[in-house]
Design a protein around this ligand. Structure first.
Ligand code: NAD
Length: 431
């Protein structure tokens, strides 16, 4: 018998119902907390006196942002330059020393980063180290003050477990399957242009790419010719000869993606050329949720369409899966877009487009749940790589005033202290 199961299930069901979201609910809970303190002052004082012989104190404070120290940045291969340099900017700006471990898969970029980049930085504070899984495992045995990892959820768990041994804080920028809901009232060509552009960009090897479409069978019938038209306009009649379509990074990923083409059936594309690691921009239909293409992150130029009968069904489908890095909703109704936003959770969200939210420097970028933890970009990068040190500075004098807080706690002293606390609602200069 698990003594916690019922309670945890009850709370999770309450959260899933959305009841904690409205501002009024939150305000009511905070007011409840405040009433708890006011109405039970005596009871609490007695309890605290019995447990600890003391009462709690509040004080005013300021935050000093300080570098963590020695930071490890581990990068993936799909945007090997950006995803090495962007975290580096934050880490250096915050004043850290940095070890950068680029991906061994994107070999040419790894070489430039290792051989050329250090010449531009103070090498006493910055180093590039090379290696694949085995060497990175060895590197992770060392103690760092912060680890910033971008890559797959599988390796993210390895990194976090290694960091836990030293209690090192981490940011994990991971991947997953990003749903793309398309409402029946949309203009199919507009949706097709936008989804195709963001799905086939970098040959689909983008962590925030729309991974699959959720729409009705009617919308699917309208989307298919529109997607075909978008693909032909973007990449020509023979996408393999287009200078604008990338290739699959490795033989291993090529084989994995070719395997996914047997899920459902191919409605558009489907051609492959192993010698060129080429996979045509592809759309799959008739796909089952249990098939591999709907179980793993696709990370390639393949777009399955799953049919749902209603918005409710789409929301339910999204909610019963891991929280994605990005979520997309297309609709001419802002109410529908807002409903998808309100009833789901994801690292980021964009209504009526692809991953544009990621390009806005004033927005944090990061995952939630299985898609990662922590965030960066712009000012958020600086904050991520800084320890927020809580500080209080006090003048050495005025001891007679501060002496009010020392025991013995006479009724008179307590009255003065409480009055001081009440005049400054969230901080008390006397304490
Ligand atoms: P990966 O997890 O295989 O590798 C990432 C890094 O980890 C590489 O530097 C690699 O050398 C290292 N690594 C690999 N295996 C390791 C192990 N066993 N122990 C220690 N280190 C190991 O990821 P990838 O294939 O390079 O990149 C693709 C993944 O990254 C996808 O899941 C994608 O969604 C994700 N990604 C996420 C973001 C984001 O910002 N959230 C951006 C790009 C890619």
């Amino acid at each position: 018998m698990d003594p916690f199961a019922d309670t945890l299930q009850r709370l999770r069901e309450a959260f899933d119902s959305g009841c904690t979201r409205p501002a009024e609910f939150r305000a009511a809970q905070l007011k409840g907390l405040s009433r708890f303190l006011q109405e039970n002052k005596q009871l609490l004082q007695e309890a605290l006196a019995q447990d600890l012989h003391k009462a709690t104190q509040l004080d005013s404070a300021f935050i000093r942002k300080e570098p963590f120290g020695l930071v490890l940045v581990i990068a993936p291969w799909n945007y090997p330059l950006n995803l090495s340099l962007e975290p580096l900017v934050g880490a250096l700006a915050a004043g850290n020393c940095v070890v950068l471990k680029p991906s061994e898969v994107s070999k040419s970029t790894e070489k430039v980063l290792a051989e050329v980049l250090p010449r531009y930085l103070d090498q006493s504070c910055f180093a590039v180290v090379l290696g694949g899984p085995q060497e990175t495992g060895q590197l992770l045995e060392h103690k760092f003050d912060y680890i910033f990892f971008t890559g797959s959820p599988r390796v993210g768990k390895i990194v976090m477990a290694a960091a836990a041994k030293h209690l090192t804080p981490v940011t994990l920028e991971l991947g997953g399957k990003n749903p793309c809901y398309v409402d029946d009232n949309c203009d199919p060509q507009t949706v097709a242009n936008r989804v195709a552009f963001f799905r086939y960009f970098n040959s689909g090897q983008t962590c925030v790419a729309p991974d699959y479409i959720l729409c009705s069978p009617e919308m699917q019938a309208r989307l298919l010719p529109a997607l075909q038209s978008a693909i032909t306009r973007f990449y020509g009649e023979d996408p393999q000869s287009s200078p604008d379509l990338g290739r699959i990074i490795s033989e291993k990923n090529f084989q994995r993606l070719r395997g996914l083409l047997s899920c459902g059936h191919v409605a558009i594309g489907g051609q492959t050329d192993e010698s060129d690691r080429y996979i045509a921009p592809t759309v799959l239909v008739g796909v089952q949720e249990t098939e591999p293409v709907m179980q793993e992150e696709i990370f390639g130029p393949i777009l399955p369409i799953m049919n749902v009968r209603s918005l409710d069904e789409a929301v339910e489908f999204i909610r019963r899966r891991e929280k994605p890095l990005a979520l997309y909703a297309f609709s001419n109704s802002s109410q529908v877009v807002k409903r998808v936003l309100a009833q789901t959770s994801s690292g980021g969200f964009c209504g009526n487009d692809g991953f544009m939210h990621m390009t806005v420097a004033s927005l944090p970028f990061g995952g939630v749940g299985a898609s990662g933890m922590g965030s960066y970009h712009g000012k958020f990068s600086f904050d991520t790589f800084s320890h927020h040190r809580a500080c209080l500075l006090r003048r050495p004098g005025l001891e007679k005033v501060y002496a009010l807080r020392y025991p013995p706690h006479t009724p008179r002293n307590l009255r003065v202290l409480l009055a001081a606390m009440e005049t400054r609602s969230c901080s008390c200069a006397l304490l």
